[in-house]
Write a protein that binds this ligand. Structure first.
Ligand code: UD1
Length: 425
């Protein structure tokens, strides 16, 4: 098992190149299944979720290879084993994104219930409902979804998502690209990663467009072609470095990201008094730290895009520990996303958990180093940020979760002046 050892209190400064977005690239790798022609993805992050999906696609029978450093070439000619093993599904919930593309192209797939035995917490009922509307038969048995399309293939559907779901939207959209007729999806997700996927699907010849505020229309075509696509920059990684600058009193420029995708986060920065410069033309965001000057407390509620991202609620809590006054967090999307706060308390934060979705954070507090552990990706980034803020040395375990979504985070932090080491423990 590996751990990070971090000695905090150093202002971080310099420029950092943001990698391609995890939440886009995984769906794009799945989209490559929709055509038998080669697909080339550029700006592919070197993260373990990509490695897991790559292996999974290989096991199904597809070709996937790295070319020129950050590019990935995929070719899905034949699905020898249209099956996702439980182990892969447990490692990466996003493997469920293969449902739509596999059904549309090959007519069948067997997928495990994502999240293994933690049934109910991250449901996929809406993915299933949308695909059933397109004629799929999906039977759940012994922990697996056995999904098949009719002999003549999927057909178009009109479906309104009762809840906004990112992967549900993507699964349905991808399936509809090859379904007979025109599909209309309502109450779809608006995350920039969804729109980047739409761009890629268009490049493959899909007839797909947004025709209303949360409406997507897709006219099915008999086949899609190969394409080349550059994955958009990871807004969550950029926000992580922005907070690193703010809490350490440094100054960091993140490049390779579109700051307009960070609008909800930057609005919170405005309210807290964080100084930044956003340059959409250059694809850059510079954040200046405010150690010594006052950060203001703020109330934040998570919402689907363009609201404040649930993924970024945890890292923001570190900033809240440094702001004057009482900040509140209200997590509206997921139930289990406040666990990291207990670890922050162990580092000296003053936090009251009001219920499983709400917390109150009083600041400013001096954080101190501690031995802490994490259970997921964003909580991991949170503890790294807390350790960079804290006085003394922290030891963080569970860092394999961070490797799922952050490319070489310690190398990037070291280049900015951080004292961070990865150790075998
Ligand atoms: C994606 C992101 C994740 C982010 C989340 C919300 C990826 C790989 N992951 O996850 O980082 O935190 O969006 O922005 O892109 N829901 C149902 N039934 C379903 C599907 C979802 O009830 O079939 C509910 C969920 O429980 C949750 C809400 O819908 O309350 C939103 O979840 P969803 O947008 O689907 O999250 P993911 O796409 O899994």
């Amino acid at each position: 098992m590996q751990k990070f050892v971090i000695t905090g209190g150093v202002p971080l400064g310099g420029e950092v190149r943001i990698a391609g977005a995890k939440n886009a690239v995984l769906k794009m790798m799945a989209a490559a299944v929709l055509t038998e022609q080669p697909v080339l993805l550029r700006n592919v992050p070197n993260i373990s979720d990509v490695a897991i999906l790559r292996e999974l696609l290989g096991d199904i029978g597809f070709e996937v290879r790295r070319v020129n450093g950050d590019a990935l070439e995929l070719r899905a000619v034949e699905a020898t084993w249209p099956f996702v093993p439980l182990e892969a599904g447990m490692k990466m919930r996003a493997s469920f994104i293969l449902l739509g593309p596999m059904l549309a192209r090959f007519g069948r797939v067997i997928l495990p219930n994502p999240g293994g035995d933690r049934i109910g917490r991250r449901p996929v009922n809406l993915h299933v409902a949308a695909l059933e509307q397109m004629g799929a038969t999906i039977v759940y048995r012994n922990g697996y979804y056995f999904a098949s399309a009719p002999e003549e293939g999927l057909h178009a559907a009109q479906y309104e998502f009762p809840t906004v779901t990112v992967m549900g939207t993507e699964n349905a959209m991808m399936a509809a690209t090859l379904a007979r007729g025109t599909t209309v999806l309502d109450n779809t997700a608006l995350e920039p990663e969804v729109d980047d996927l739409i761009d890629m699907l268009r490049g493959m010849g899909a007839q797909i467009e947004r025709t209303g505020e949360r409406r997507v229309e897709i006219q099915g075509v008999p086949a899609l072609r190969g394409t080349e696509h550059r994955v958009l920059g990871d807004r969550l990684e950029a926000e992580t470095f922005a907070i690193a600058a703010a809490v350490t009193g440094g100054s960091i420029t993140a490049t390779g990201v579109n700051p307009t995708h960070l609008a909800a986060f930057l609005a919170v920065c405005d309210r807290m008094g964080i100084v930044y410069e956003a340059d959409p033309d250059r694809g850059a965001l510079t954040v200046h730290g405010s150690r010594g000057s006052e950060l203001r407390a703020v109330d934040v509620q998570t919402d689907p895009y363009p609201g404040f991202a649930t993924d970024f609620q945890a890292p923001l809590s570190v900033l809240m520990t440094q702001a004057r006054g009482v900040s509140t967090i209200h997590e509206t999307i997921f139930e289990d996303r406040l666990d990291h706060l207990r670890e922050l308390v162990r580092m000296g934060a003053e936090i009251e958990l009001l219920d499983e979705r709400r917390a109150r954070i009083t600041g400013p507090t001096r954080l101190h180093g501690a031995e802490v552990g994490i259970a997921d990706l964003r909580a991991g980034a949170t503890l790294i940020l807390a350790a960079l803020t804290a006085e003394g040395t922290s030891v963080i375990s569970g860092i394999e979760h961070v490797d799922r979504g952050y490319e070489q985070i310690e190398a990037k932090l070291v280049a900015l002046g951080a004292r961070i080491n990865r150790i075998e423990a």
